[in-house]
Design a protein around this ligand. Structure first.
Ligand SMILES: CC(=O)[C@@H](O)[C@H](O)COP(=O)(O)O
Ligand SMILES: NCC(=O)COP(=O)(O)O
Length: 260
């Protein structure tokens, strides 16, 4: 099964604006503006905005999380996704902001960037009550996961609505002899998630080169969250042209399959 066999389903693009905040934080001038960046991306057609407010506030700060929440109220058909470790600062944001989606990520306090997903059964007992609290607040929960089919039923068992497949290994294999095998690995993991009753998101190092193939070959991808490459592209192309280029990649992925 691949995306081209499900023309009614299309992957949403959630723009991660962490890196806009990273540049902003190098001065005390408030530029570039994180909310303005988000607004321009939404105007260009992005279906959502993602932030990952790390405890050290190296990029997204508390105030950004709240200002973006206020902005998103003016875009009721778009989604706000807040990522983080629920054992650190994430739950307080979720309680106060109630975004559409909370993505639980098992990062340490000082982690350079996300580099692995949750592990079951080890993490189950800790996560289950936090997942339940989010859901009681009306917040969908997605768990950041490595592409391991055997882990998906356990993710469902702790009450998650979705998983976000950690795509850095796929991105690293792009253009190498491992590319096809990596795509199959993610397709198998996504299928296992779907079979377990989970929705499938994906993110980390997705870009304009690898995105179309990913959404074409990996079944049922509901959302991709993309930050680093997209914001880098926006420095050259501008937010609007960049968002349109990524949406075109998704559209291309939902075009005629190379196999059909
Ligand atoms: C969960 C995930 O993959 C993203 O949060 C990504 O790690 C972005 O975080 P940084 O922008 O801090 O690298
Ligand atoms: N959840 C992944 C994300 O939000 C963005 O990751 P990246 O594109 O900055 O690697």
């Amino acid at each position: 099964m691949n995306s081209s066999q499900h023309p009614q389903h299309r992957t949403a693009l959630s723009v991660n604006v962490n890196k806009v905040a990273l540049v902003r934080n190098t001065r005390h001038l408030g530029i570039p503006s994180v909310t303005r960046a988000a607004e321009l991306c939404l105007q260009a057609g992005a279906q959502g905005i993602t932030v990952h407010p790390r405890p050290d506030e190296r990029h997204i700060r508390s105030q950004d999380v709240f200002e973006l929440a206020a902005l998103m109220k003016a875009w009721p058909d778009r989604e706000y996704n807040v990522e983080g470790n629920p054992s650190q600062n994430l739950m307080e944001f979720i309680r106060q902001v109630r975004p559409h989606q909370a993505t639980f990520v098992p990062d340490s306090e000082d982690q350079f960037t996300s580099d692995h997903g949750w592990s079951f059964p080890q993490d189950a007992e800790r996560l289950a009550p936090l997942v339940a609290e989010c859901r009681s607040l009306g917040v969908r929960v997605s768990l950041f996961m490595d592409p391991v089919p055997g882990q998906m039923a356990a993710a469902r068992a702790v009450g998650a609505d979705r998983v976000e497949l950690y795509t850095e290994p796929f991105a690293a294999a792009w253009g190498t002899p491992q590319q096809a095998a990596e795509l199959r690995r993610y397709a198998d993991a996504a299928q296992a998630a779907l079979d377990a009753g989970l929705g499938v998101n994906a993110g980390h190092d997705l870009n304009r080169d690898n995105l179309a193939a990913f959404v074409r070959e990996v079944p049922g991808v509901l959302e991709v969250s993309i930050g680093h490459a997209l914001i880098a592209d926006a420095l050259e192309l501008g937010y609007a042209a960049t968002v349109r280029a990524y949406l075109a990649c998704i559209t291309a992925g939902f075009g005629v399959s190379e196999n059909s």
